[in-house]
Design a binder for this molecule. Structure first.
Ligand code: MD3
Ligand code: FE
Length: 216
């Protein structure tokens, strides 16, 4: 017999829909994680992690690098996507196949077939690092989702509504969890609380987050 505890695919237990437009695929990236992390090391060898400076003059606690045709940067001139790494003057490293495939599969599972990201922002959190509430609105076409992949140490993630004053909900994002933010959640405020110290077998004392975007 079959285990028909759930009568359709969108009710599988590992798919959570905490609000309209948000699909969480728990552990979706666990099998790919070692390959993803070796690709991250390769990217960081070409475009080193750095603490970018906000337009307001603050150094971000999260270290970042990028892959793909476009990369996200912030400096005194503002926030934007650009084709070259300002640190090296070189194009950002190519999007690894393992990245593109995972992002496409996750987006399709959440109802966005044909997602071909042109930017991957790689965030690295060390203990004490956090990301304040913000919107992702530097991309040109908001009809595509953002796909986020959490690797390594767990963190408390906050997501609110379309207004900064909307009270945020908290969820824990753990190793391998993939979140797809589309539709009405695409412009919601979100952030990450301070990372606590720990050790993870694959990522050591860090948490990494990959966000796949259609930026241009
Ligand atoms: C909700 N990164 O890079 S990923 C970011 O864990 C960013 O590093 C966080 O926010 C991190 O911009 C959160 C989850 C995420 C990404 C994009 C979103 C949530 C989102 C876009 C809209 C709404
Ligand atoms: Fe964001």
């Amino acid at each position: 017999m079959t285990f028909d505890l759930f009568d359709s695919d969108d009710e599988l237990p590992w798919q959570e829909r905490p609000c309209e437009g948000l699909v969480i695929l728990r552990r979706f990236a666990c099998a790919a994680a070692p390959a993803l992390m070796s690709a991250v090391a390769d990217i960081a060898g070409q475009a080193p992690f750095r603490h970018m400076v906000t337009p307001g003059g603050y150094s971000m606690s999260v270290a970042m690098t990028c892959a793909g045709p476009l990369g996200w940067v912030t400096d005194a001139g503002g926030y934007r996507y650009q084709a070259c790494d300002p640190e090296t003057g070189q194009p950002w490293p190519a999007m690894p196949d393992s990245f593109g495939q995972l992002a496409q599969q996750a987006a399709a599972a959440a109802g966005f077939p044909g997602f071909v990201p042109d930017a991957c922002l790689v965030n690295r959190y060390q203990p004490g690092a956090k990301m304040g509430l913000h919107q992702d609105k530097d991309e040109t076409d908001m009809s595509w989702p953002i796909v986020s992949v959490s690797l390594g140490l767990p963190v408390v993630f906050q997501f609110g509504g379309p207004k900064r004053s909307d009270r945020p909900q908290r969820i824990v994002l753990e190793h391998g969890d993939v979140a797809v933010w589309g539709g009405s959640a695409r412009l919601n405020y979100h952030g990450v609380l301070t990372l606590k110290a720990g050790q993870h077998p694959l990522t050591g004392s860090f948490r990494y987050n990959l966000t796949f975007r259609k930026a241009g």
